[in-house]
Design a protein around this ligand. Structure first.
Ligand SMILES: Cc1cc2nc3c(=O)[nH]c(=O)nc-3n(C[C@H](O)[C@H](O)[C@H](O)COP(=O)(O)O)c2cc1C
Length: 245
């Protein structure tokens, strides 16, 4: 990233701090395969949860809860839910990709140090739905912001996080005794890792690749052409520039 010259409000990030923020974003990975057996210290987990808890939320609703799941039996039960859901999902995958889909490792439920289910309590501020009258789903989006804070803080701490969404929601709610009005947003596998892969697993296995950012930028209206200088600036970045280790 380019160095900026002017400080803002006396509380600006210096170059090192800025680089660190971008580095967390660009090197964060969804981790499934590289968990190691080490325990995760509660003091570290406390920092990650505190980062999650500082996410933005609609009307300052803070609709999240964090269910920490350590028990091996319960985790095996969640893994069984994953295996069942994967079988159900398989038929809707394009026929020529089904063999690859089967080979992909899409969870680290039992190998990670612990699991974390981040939920959204849809009734937390039901009598003052600031920002949710027209868009009631904003509480769900707020909770996703908490997930991302957790994920980035974890990367900065050298801790891997893998999001498992191939699970039937109602079955998960029953297993974790989650009440009706609470929605599980993210089921995460969390733990120390042997490495962070340089690129997404799904890219390494030929499932997908990063879309060219300039093609996703529109001007003024959906599909509006324009913003050529901005698109050139993006293209000049040529992908991710990481600070030297
Ligand atoms: C909402 C959401 C659900 C996801 N669900 C799964 C999942 O069930 N299994 C899995 O292996 N990865 C899952 N992922 C991770 C994505 O596959 C991953 O983010 C993507 O391939 C890009 O890789 P990266 O996160 O390493 O950059 C999920 C990610 C998000 C944001």
């Amino acid at each position: 990233m380019q160095a900026r010259t002017a400080a803002v409000g006396g509380d600006d990030f210096d170059q090192l701090a800025r680089d660190a923020v971008y580095r967390a974003m660009f090197t964060r990975r969804d981790v499934r395969s590289h968990f190691v057996a080490d325990d995760l210290d509660d003091s570290v987990l406390a920092r990650l949860l505190t980062a999650a808890h500082h996410a933005p939320s609609v009307g300052y609703m803070q609709p999240w809860n964090f269910i920490v799941i350590r028990d091996a039996t319960r985790r095996r039960q969640v893994r069984d839910l994953f295996l069942a859901a994967r079988e159900q999902e398989l038929p809707v995958i394009e026929a020529e990709r089904q063999a690859l889909y089967r080979k992909l490792k899409l969870e680290g439920i039992c190998e990670s140090a612990l699991n974390l289910c981040i939920t959204c309590d849809r009734q937390r501020s039901k009598n003052s739905p600031l920002g949710r009258w027209h868009n009631p789903e904003m509480d769900l989006y707020s909770t996703v912001c908490a997930v991302q804070n957790f994920w980035l803080a974890a990367r900065a701490e050298g801790i891997g996080v893998g999001w498992v969404s191939i699970i039937e929601t109602e079955a998960l709610k029953r297993l974790l005794s989650i009440p009706e009005h609470v929605t599980p947003i993210a089921y995460l596998c969390v733990g120390r890792v042997s490495e962070f892969a340089p690129r997404p697993d799904l890219e390494a296995h030929g499932w997908g690749k990063r879309l060219p950012l300039p093609e996703l930028v529109m001007s003024e209206i959906f599909c509006g052409a324009g913003e050529a200088p901005l698109k050139s600036a993006i293209a000049r970045l040529g992908g991710v520039e990481l600070p030297k280790p």
